[in-house]
Ligand binder design. Sequence first.
Ligand code: FAD
Length: 516
Amino acid sequence: MILDEALKGQLAQYLEMLENDIEIKVSASDDETSKNMMELVETLSSMSSKINVEETELKRTPSFSINRKDEDTGIVFAGVPLGQEFTSLILALLQVSGRAPKIDEDLVERIKNLDEELNFETYISLSCQVCPEVVQALNIMSVLNPKIAHTMIDGAVFKDEVDKMNIRAVPSAYLNGEPFGDGWMTVEEILAKLVGGPDASEFEEKDPFDMLVVGGGPGGASAAIYGARKGIRTGIVAERFGGQILDTATIENFIGTKSTQGPQLANQLEEHVKEYDVDIMNLQQATHLEKKDDFIEIGLENGATLKSKSVIIATGARWRTINVPGEEEFRNNGVAYCPHCDGPLFAGKEVAVIGGGNSGVEAAIDLAAITEHVTILEYSDTMKADSVLLDRLHSLENVTAVVNAQTTEITGTDTVNGLSYLNRETNTEEHIELAGVFVQIGLVPNTDWLGDTVERNKFGEIVIDDHGATNIPGVYAAGDCTDIPYNQIITSMGAGSLASLSASDYLVRQPELVKK
Ligand SMILES: Cc1cc2nc3c(=O)[nH]c(=O)nc-3n(C[C@H](O)[C@H](O)[C@H](O)COP(=O)(O)OP(=O)(O)OC[C@H]3O[C@@H](n4cnc5c(N)ncnc54)[C@H](O)[C@@H]3O)c2cc1C
């Protein structure tokens, strides 16, 4: 049975919410996947009188399309959308039947205004947690605009296609046969890719802000909520609202929430910020900061300049990457960057840590307590960590330290299965079999755009005091872009609230600014 009783129970509740009749058109043969697909669509139609099924021939077999009674929507599922895609199936049924998708009205208008034929195809795997976001965004666009079509393709079912196109990471979206985008994409991001973001003129009319937050990760979201709750005019400029958590699979150390997914937490952050009167300027990159007499000016990549009486910089950081084959393909599928976060996912398995500095050695010590075995690889001829850490490392029986090791490739199929490195001393190629690779060669703060304006340390991190203040009056900073010792969601949120409260306090003490 393709759906167990629990799933059928869930499905029954949703199918009661269907508003209008739906036509499911199926293209099937006699292979096992076709049989499973037929069982799924027949179950759907047996559970709701609003669903009719008819056989047809579609571009791919097995696949099925979900349509209104007299109009094809362009939504196709190639394969059987269970696993992570079950929700995509339910949402597609509800939206095709007439229930409005939950997106902002201005996005609905922008989608309806698209006036060209757009045929999207997204390759997914049923275990990919990020894939449904892209599938659901493109399905919404197909529901709203008859010129847009979208097919979800299960790569495990259409393996020949995937191999021919050399697709090694999901989700991988194509538009009219050309690569369109990999990884997480929201409706807003897809629209920006199609027609560009707003130009400078849309920002010219904006009044100066009391508090302008640059960065929309956990730190920036927290700062904005604290600012708006003070009743002051607050805005957020973010290159990508959500920040690093958009690239995070499972989060298990966000206290109060036992386990969540990064993209889900990012949605919750956005919903929470939207509860308040915050001007969110997403998909906008800040390019410079300048302190003028009364205001701090933030220049944007599109040429606009925003003014604010106080600014909070929360532009975060990105993991330094090793740039070898396999790193990008298996990111979140065996390649990890955060041992505090992802270590428990490798319990009882063999892993490697790349990088023999303090963070790498600390990671190896942490991981040794959880995993079966850790191999730590250092490029140079000695481990660079502090001796106290090295003593601890060498006392551990399940850790092997390798120096002079230049990682050349991370190997795998669906997930990581090994790592190849060049032994720089003997010039021989070595390979180790393992389940996970932790890259620990440092974090790069996203602060280059500040130039010489705000004081930064030798690592590029913004120097702040215990109130989150920078060297420029009215400019505060929070989270991974600063010189705080630990980079976590919860520490960034705490730092964001601290910087925001300090900025509010600064504004209250500047009566001449508050009056203007
Ligand atoms: C793969 C991975 C897994 C992780 N897992 C966990 C975990 O399980 N638990 C945990 O606590 N932590 C985890 N972390 C760390 C955690 O995600 C970060 O510490 C946290 O997101 C930092 O928040 P932040 O707001 O300071 O910065 P970020 O999340 O980096 O957000 C920065 C924001 O600034 C924006 N930005 C950057 N430059 C500009 C610019 N010039 N103009 C405008 N906007 C800009 C970005 O688009 C983004 O919106 C993980 C990190 C990674 C990469």
